[in-house]
Ligand binder design. Structure first.
Ligand code: ADP
Length: 551
């Protein structure tokens, strides 16, 4: 099928209603059909808040009145800086449903970046969990010439003394709202993703893409959430809409459990058990810690049937250990640019007679594409490679929930071409459609689900007076899946200690971004065109950060 040609259209009368796919549509469905189901949310102090979707709907209306009173207009950007909790969920609905755009800010960015994204997004107001207000105060201190009004959620914050209080704003407001009609192609949510270099890039999900994503992610072979499920997204709501669950789970009528700021393994285990969570979602790092804690106690989580693991590759040992405890892992792959879910690993008919070993191998791939994602796998010359499960290619994607550009950057970038988006993942796809990531062409390290730009670190290192050249690679790590390691060559006659290089970096970047090791070499191996041969470096130091295996 050609993708970029003019559309064939003919007007035949008597077809379907022209109904916009909007978040308001999902909201109305929730209230009319699932009003009795519960939302459970952990407060900052560890206590539990619970209400029904019916009561949630009333507060969403109250919040909409408060937003209008504060002067928020259609098209305005409103920031959230918050954990997974019920107030954040209310923002997910009220902000887009009055026609504004919710900018879900990553609370793990370092202060300069937080201020930068607030300013770049043009946020007119920001909602901040009190527990993370100090981070916002620090961010604002980096830009004394820039200010926006804040609303704090939780107890009053001494860090943001002029902020409005969320509960005071809602108190006494009407519990219904005359929602405006919204064009389905209007922006609903704005989420910044780390780029290989330079500033983060904004991806704006529309109402239409959000609804379509919910339907595609909701199919049985994708997330497969049912009304009887209790779903706990541990993946943050500032990380691509918690993979769509704040819309999908209420739409289906599943109970939603929000873990708030307590993401330590003991708190997660306690909440899963207490609320009988049947499905949870998150990056491997979280579940590695939960696995360790369960093993320590020889504990089980009898309610938990399915665990969606994505954001980084699921370690096979984690898959096996969870399986032994009765938990099935659904491996998922996606990107912010894709809303995010692209693939999920479930067994298909082709595997019904396969050996358990073969089934396990397939379940450990990134899985099969959802129906919303068109894809192609290309070699360097731009030709499609065979789908034989062996030949790697660059993965390009296209679809109604794939971004066409970056906010205020545009689409004039090499990653947008011929109507497709270049993922930067190098993959194989087998004859049954199982996709497996074998390499990454984008120069990034993903540690505990968060990106670190290799290029930014290299540029910084090469600004050190003793360093001639630096290559930063991601190496396998037991806890964080991947950690950065710097390979450096010193200038002639210079000497510097590993710890001194790390300390020098720690003064300039967030501590969690500082490479775990600094390796000194004479010269960094290069390709014919002078690029660092990172693939070789990764191979050479593959087990550097892993515990030594006893023979
Ligand atoms: P998210 O972390 O929510 O998936 P990002 O946009 O931050 O979204 O990161 C997307 C990238 O993360 C992918 O292009 C890929 O490189 C990596 N990634 C995501 N899921 C997986 C996975 N299951 N296995 C390996 N890499 C993954």
């Amino acid at each position: 099928m050609k993708t970029m040609d003019a559309k064939l259209a003919f007007a035949m009368p008597g077809t379907m209603m022209d109904v916009d796919l909007t978040i308001g549509m999902i909201f109305e469905h929730i209230l009319r059909n699932n009003a009795e189901r519960e939302v459970v949310s952990r407060n900052d102090d560890g206590s539990i808040f619970r209400y029904t979707y019916g009561d949630f709907g009333k507060r969403v209306a109250q919040l909409a009145h408060a937003l209008v009173e504060l002067g928020v207009k259609p098209g305005d950007r409103v920031a959230s800086f918050a954990w997974n909790n019920h107030r954040h969920l209310e923002l997910y609905y009220a902000v887009p449903m009055i026609g504004a755009v919710l900018h879900t800010t990553n609370i793990r960015l370092f202060p300069e970046q937080v201020a930068w994204v607030f300013e770049h997004a043009g946020d007119t107001l920001a909602f901040v969990d009190t527990s993370v207000a100090p981070a916002v105060a620090k961010a604002m201190a980096t830009r004394p010439d820039f200010s926006i009004p804040f609303v704090t959620m939780g107890a009053r914050s001494t860090e943001l003394p002029d902020a409005y209080d969320y509960e005071t704003l809602l108190a006494g407001k009407p519990t219904t709202f005359d929602w405006p009609q919204i064009d389905e192609r209007s922006a609903a949510i704005l989420c910044y993703t780390s780029a290989t270099t330079g500033d983060p890039k904004g991806v704006a999900f529309t109402h239409r893409s959000t609804v379509l994503h919910a339907f595609a992610a909701g199919t049985v072979d994708a997330l497969g959430i049912g009304q009887a499920d209790t779903v706990m997204p541990v993946v943050p709501m500032f990380h691509v809409n918690a993979w769509g669950t704040p819309y999908l789970a209420p739409m289906i009528g599943a109970k939603l459990v929000m873990p708030g700021p307590k993401l330590d393994p003991a708190s997660i285990i306690e909440l899963v058990d207490a609320e009988r969570v049947t499905m949870s979602l998150g990056v491997p790092t979280v579940w590695l810690a939960v696995r360790d804690e369960l093993e320590k106690r020889d504990g089980y989580l009898p309610s938990l049937k399915n665990l969606v693991i994505g954001g980084s590759a699921c370690p096979p040992s984690l898959f096996d250990d969870l399986k032994r405890r009765g938990i099935q892992t659904i491996h998922a792959w996606g990107m912010t640019e894709m809303s995010p879910i692209g693939t999920t690993s479930r067994l298909t008919s082709s595997l019904s007679d396969a050996t358990p070993d073969e089934q396990r191998r397939k379940l450990l791939t990134q899985g099969r594409f959802t129906a919303l994602v068109a894809w192609k796998l290309l070699d360097e010359a731009g030709n499609e490679v065979p789908h034989d499960g062996k030949t790697p290619g660059d993965l390009w994607v296209r679809g109604a929930a794939v971004t066409a550009s970056y906010y205020r950057v545009g689409s004039d970038l090499p990653c947008f071409a011929d109507g497709y988006f270049h993922t930067g993942d190098v993959c194989t796809v087998d004859e049954f459609g199982y996709m497996q990531i074998v390499d990454r062409s984008k120069d990034l390290v993903k540690s505990g689900g968060e990106w670190i730009s290799s290029v930014d670190l290299e540029n910084m290192l090469m600004g050190h007076p003793a360093i001639r050249e630096a290559a930063v690679i991601g190496l396998p790590h037991e806890k964080w899946v991947e950690r950065p390691v710097a390979v450096i060559a010193l200038r002639d006659g210079q000497a510097v200690e590993e710890s001194a290089v790390q300390a020098w970096l720690a003064e300039r970047i967030a501590k969690w971004m500082v490479p775990d090791r600094v390796i000194f070499v004479e010269a960094i191996p290069r390709t014919g065109v002078g690029k660092f041969l990172k693939r070789d470096l990764r191979k050479q130091y593959e087990s550097l950060l892993l515990p030594a295996t006893t023979p």
